[in-house]
Each structure stands twice: as C-alpha cells, then as structure tokens.
Design a protein around this ligand. Structure first.
Ligand SMILES: *Cc1c(COP(=O)(O)O)cnc(C)c1O
Length: 357
C-alpha cells in the first residue's frame, strides 16, 4: 500500500547503539524519545532491547500502549485532568506546577504507587519550567514533592532550543547543576537526575564537554534523523535515512508551468506566484498536505523538484530527471522532523519495516 514509510530497523539500531555508548561513556543516562513516530510498536521493541535507560514521550496515549520493561517518562508538563492516567502510564514525569503535582500525589495514593518527578527549571528558552531566578518557588515546589508520601523528587531538568532557540552552554547547564546542588543542601536530600536537554546537546556530547553533573538527556531527533538540532546538521556516525517515504505516481503529463486564466487563491487561501518556465513534465503523486508537510521532503532522486501540493496531491517536476518515470512508479523522499511527525500521525500512510539482520 502507498503512500508508505519504510522504516530501516538496522539503521535505527545503529543510531541507538551510537547514542547509548556516547552517553554512557560520559556517565549520562539516555531517555529515547518516541513521540515523532507515535511510539510505533516495532521501534519501541528495538529501544526496549537496547541499552537505553528509559523511553520518553509527550503523550499519555503513546506511553500507555508501550510494551517495555524500562521506565517510561512523560515529557510534556501534565494536564491536571489526566493525573491518574499519568501515574498509571508513566513511572516518571516532568512537572512545573505545584497544583498539578499535588493532584499527582493524590492519584498515586489512590493507585497505591510512587511516582517520580523531574522538576523543570527554565534556564532562558522560555518554554516550560520554573524560572531559574525564582529560586524560592523552585525550593518550595521541590520541598512539596519531597514531603509528598507518594512522590519522589527524582530530578531537575531543563529544556532548551525549543521555543526561544537558546543553545545549551556552560552557563545554563552549569546553572542547572548549581540549582540542584543548592536544593540538595537546603532540603538535605540527594537528587539523582539532572536532565540537561534534548538533541541540541549533541555538539557538547560529541566534544565531551557536557558540564559535570548533567547525567541525563532526552534524545529524539538525533536518534531518528541523526541531527544535532543546535546547528541543524547531521552528526558524524549517525544515520540520516532511517525513514524513507514512498509515494506513487498517478498522473504524468507535459503541461505549461504557469497556470492559465484569471488568478485567485489556491485551495489553502494562499496567493502564490508561478514563474513561467516553459513546458514541464509534471507528475502527480498520491499524497498531500493531509499526510505530510511537503516543505520537509527531500527527493532521493536529486533531479526531481517538488513544485507544489494540495490536500491529496503532490506535484513534481521531472524535466531534469534522468530516470524514465511512468505512471505507477514509486518516488522516494527523506522526511525532516516535521514531515516525519506528520507522516506517522496520518492514518492514510502505511508503514513497512526492513527487519534486523
Ligand atoms: C520532544 C522533547 C525532547 C526531544 O527533543 P529532540 O530535539 O527531538 O531530541 C526532549 N525533551 C522534551 C521535553 C521534549 O518535549
């Protein structure tokens, strides 16, 4: 069935081993992030069999279906309305709101469990977390967790390079470690985990300059696409083509390149310019904006150019193609993070796997 994503389990496995080894050799635990592939069962199986320390996802729906013996970490700050769901599907969660944390304690009590919390601190990227200058709030929240019978103050964490585009460095990661040390002194407890961020830490990791004390990372894009997200480039040693999209040609005709007639908006309300590039060999693929973010696709055949898409049709220019394409042929693309996210979420896109050797 097309369109479909071809998942290369061998390449993903190589990425897993590379990341786990790189982190473990520096005393850093790995939480492999499963949200971009909607916790696909086969990939979860792979992570479960690897040396990864835990699996992480932002959605309780993904976590609750996971078949794994490793701890599960909820990445997105919890909704109060799903407190019980969180405690039942995740051993650990990242939190920043005292009221929600108290609801988690009640839920854990009801379910007779202990739930571990990583308290999020905002070091400047301005997405989730208690602002780092508000130490009194951090301390009070940490104390409340510590005093709750069914909660464990498992760690503190930071998220960077997400909303504000702030890069990890000695200052913000060092600052997080300082806050952890201060909390340990003020509360007289040991806090096991300092979760220093996501795939934007890849550069520091490969240079082995992650500040002392950071002992946990949550890795998604580096695992699936091999990217260091701080620079938007692949990391040497990681595979970048673990996922390939295949779509089928349903029409192939030579037509003008500039639309003819009085022009208005397209199907998405956009007013686009179409330069006149003469006659063009154009193919329509049976995939569209309902399934994928078209801007995030790179054709594997470098001579192909994507020229546009509507909800169900993707149009490509084959003028420069050396290969003789025909109707019924399959065209292959490597998706970026946004495209991958979208592809896995569309129920119209099939999946197939290249099995482990
Ligand atoms: C998605 C997510 C990650 C993973 O980020 P990558 O850049 O894909 O490695 C890490 N932490 C949190 C809180 C997330 O939501």
């Amino acid at each position: 069935m097309y369109p479909r994503i071809v998942v290369d389990l061998n390449k993903l496995n190589e990425n897993l081993d590379f990341l786990n080894d790189l982190c473990h050799s520096q005393g850093i635990k790995t939480a492999i992030v499963t949200k971009v592939f909607c916790a696909d069962e086969r990939i979860v199986e792979l992570i479960n069999a690897s040396d990864a320390d835990m699996l992480a996802d932002s959605r309780t729906q993904n976590l609750s279906g996971m078949k794994t013996e490793k701890p599960r970490l909820l990445l997105r700050i919890g909704m109060q309305s799903e407190a019980e769901k969180i405690v039942s599907c995740a051993e650990i969660s990242m939190q920043s709101e005292l009221e929600t944390i108290m609801k988690l304690n009640e839920a854990a009590k009801k379910l007779n469990k202990t739930h571990r919390i990583i308290l999020m601190v905002d070091m400047g990227d301005l997405r989730e977390g208690i602002f780092n200058k508000h130490y009194d709030v951090i301390l009070n929240t940490a104390r409340a967790i510590n005093d709750s019978e069914h909660l464990e103050l498992y760690g503190i964490g930071v998220n960077l390079t997400c909303y504000g585009g702030i890069l990890p460095d000695e200052n913000n990661l060092g600052g997080l470690v300082e806050i952890k040390n201060r909390l340990e002194r003020d509360l007289g407890v040991t806090i096991p985990i300092v979760s220093g961020g996501n795939s934007s830490t890849m550069g520091m990791l490969t240079e082995r300059i992650v500040p002392e004390g950071v002992n946990h990372l949550r890795l998604g894009e580096s695992f699936v696409l091999g990217n260091d997200t701080a620079i938007g480039k692949p990391v040497k040693g990681l595979n970048t083509d673990c996922f390939v999209l295949e779509a089928e040609i349903v029409e192939l005709k030579t037509k003008p390149s500039k639309p003819i007639g009085k022009s208005g908006p397209n199907a998405f309300g956009e007013y686009l310019e179409y330069p006149d590039r003469g006659m063009m060999k154009r193919a329509i693929l049976a995939i569209g904006r309902q399934d994928v973010s078209v801007d995030g696709l790179t054709p594997l055949d470098k001579d192909i150019e994507i020229i546009g898409a509507s909800s169900d049709h993707l149009i490509i220019n084959l003028n420069e193609a050396k290969k003789e394409y025909k109707v019924g042929d399959v065209v292959r693309f490597v998706p970026d993070y946004g495209a991958l996210l979208h592809l896995f979420t569309s129920k119209y896109v099939d999946r197939t796997y290249i099995d482990l050797k």
